[in-house]
Ligand binder design. Sequence first.
Ligand code: EPU
Length: 343
Amino acid sequence: MFDLSAYNTFNLTVYAQEGRVIATPEDLAQPVRGPFIILGGGSDVLFTEDFAGTVLINRIMGIEYGPKLDVHGQPTADDNATHILVRVGGGVLLDDFIATMIAEGICGLENLSLIPGTVGAAPIQNVGAYGVEIGELIACVEAREVLSGKCVTLTKEQCRFSYRSSIFKEQGWSNLFITHVIFKLPLRFTPQVNYAGLQSCEFKNAAALRARVIALRTEKLPNPKYVGNAGSFFKNPYVSAAKVAELQAHYGTVPCYLQSDGRYKLAAGWLIDQAHCRGIKHGQVGTWGKQALVIVNLGGAKPHEVVALAKYVSAEVRNQFALDLVPEVRLYGKHGEISWDQI
Ligand code: EPU
């Protein structure tokens, strides 16, 4: 049995039949029998019970610098280079990579500072924060099919990035082990400050913006080192303009963001808060007092308690708003990934 408690940021004590640390793509040559799960930092998963299979843990490290590119995307050695290609091992911690880039004068990732997890996991759910999604900065993703050992490279377009999703979450694509991610990053700092907490601030460089994002996250979100959690538990739901108007008539200001298709992305944290579920505690599980969208392990929680609290919160939101919340975290059961309706 392989203890997964150090490999899931919810800090739940759960076991897999076998665990394998993958340090190089060649480590994947050894065949895997039976069901398997790929884990990066374990920061976006909930194990609802023990897993009767093998867990492959991505620890492929290394940062390699590729050519600098001009405004047309052509390699150049001139001072007029606008971007640089950087190839990163899937097991590198995303925040370590961001810190290294900023120290090297390479920009673009600063809004994603302090997001837990690894570089290899980041494209799967297209991690995003403070107005930037990682898919915008990716040139391509290198992966290996776990069962056949075949190597594949997917371009940014082939990755089909969308809000907290990508091709890697689609059926038939989840057996890809992301070995490396190639980023195309700007060499000049263009601050992305559309997000509420960043507006009306002046940032002289990427390091200053990173410092502000770290301050915002530290203030609102629990540190998984001390309080087990997997970040936002639910996705922000998409709703119609009519639904927003109905909510505004009743609640006044409603935190929501217009999408290109005319729908609105509604803050799930606000819905949970309005449903009086912020800062609640059921046994050893609760919602975070400063950000209701985060479910926390208050110490020694059992997987079924986390599931029960998540179901309770979603039922309260459904009763009050007639809206269904869908988890952002991936759920795993005895035989592999499971859907929200299955638990
Ligand atoms: N709100 C409340 N009560 C709460 C929580 C939020 O009223 O308990 C309101 C806030 O006041 C704000 C709005 O809801 O007006 C949105 O809240 P926030 O700015 O904290 O952002 P979010 O939409 O809840 C998303 C991401 C976070 C990311 C932040 C910042 C999702 C599901 N979550 O949260 O990502 O850090 O924006 O960009 O998209 C994660 O994915 O794990 C994560 C933490």
